[in-house]
Design a binder for this molecule. Sequence first.
Ligand code: TXA
Ligand code: MG
Length: 346
Amino acid sequence: METQIIKADKNTDLEKAGEIIKNGGLVAFPTETVYGLGGDAFNPDSSKKIYAAKGRPSDNPLIVHIAEMAALDRLSTDIPDKLYKLAEAFWPGPLTMIIKKLPALPEETTGGLDTVAIRMPDHPVALSLIKAGGGYIAAPSANASGRPSPTLASHVAEDLNGRIDMIIDGGEVGIGIESTIVDLSGEVPMILRPGYVTAEMLERVIGPVETDPTLMKKTEGGRPKAPGMRYRHYAPKGDMQIFTGDADHVTATINEKLSSETKKCGVLCCDENAGLYKKGIIRSLGSRDDMSAVALNIYRALREFDDEGVEQIYAEGFDTQGLGQAVMNRLLKAAGFNIINTEGTK
Ligand code: TXA
Ligand code: MG
């Protein structure tokens, strides 16, 4: 299959891309979080094609993207008040909400679950495409399964060229990590994946919110509630270790590792420490004072390490306050929870 790549801004006519979706084809498109790989959410064959193109296990449900509140009517008749409150506060935006679904939504789209994850993205191209494509686009992140999520159209092309009908290039995304997922189908709302919208931000609108305890540490027998969080999703090709502690301990420990390691090494660090490393390919994610920049740069940096054949990655840990929780969750997943506290080790 030949993949057509088009450039788009907010004024581009997406009629043709919408036709592809309506006819059961796949279109990758920019959102504010990461690029998505879209198909018609009500067409089971489209969802099957999404799984095949990504090489993704089909029990891992897709997020249904909508462009207007009225679209909820075809997805669910059991819409909690909290959804409306959170939608008012954060939609369009980087928040996905899980509620009970209607039977008409194919189980191929929701991985056999009786719930559906819904998001209204905050991106003009995404919103136009959803409207042009019939109102309901099922879209996972547009990476091959196991690769870091794409923040540029070129990342999508690297992974999916020849496997999908079209890629819409809208430039670099704004946020760089996937949406926050909150499950509203149970008694107490629960965060299944941390993102740009933090627990504190949600609590200010709907009161107490729990967080899936398996997100930030490896627990004995613990299984993340979102099927997709169970896989080692954001895996770079090299081995990765994360070092926490104060800056002196962390930089000293990483330098020691670098001096004895014979494999090709990469260091994932912050601007404040970037000048202190003596060897290896150094990639700063940005200043610790600007966690938005750090979030935006994670996946690109991991892909760059892959491209350069890095075999061993040493990463600095980040504070888990606010957006730091989502940042550390992605780093921990990339590292398979391989984390070392350097304090007290020397
Ligand atoms: O920012 C985002 O959310 C991006 C953009 C494209 O919108 N999409 C994205 O999709 O990250 P994906 O498929 O890579 O991640 C969706 C996650 C998976 O971990 C999946 O298991 C979980 O959401 N999920 C979807 N529906 C669910 C449901 N009904 N119950 C529990 N988890 C669900
Ligand atoms: Mg994904």
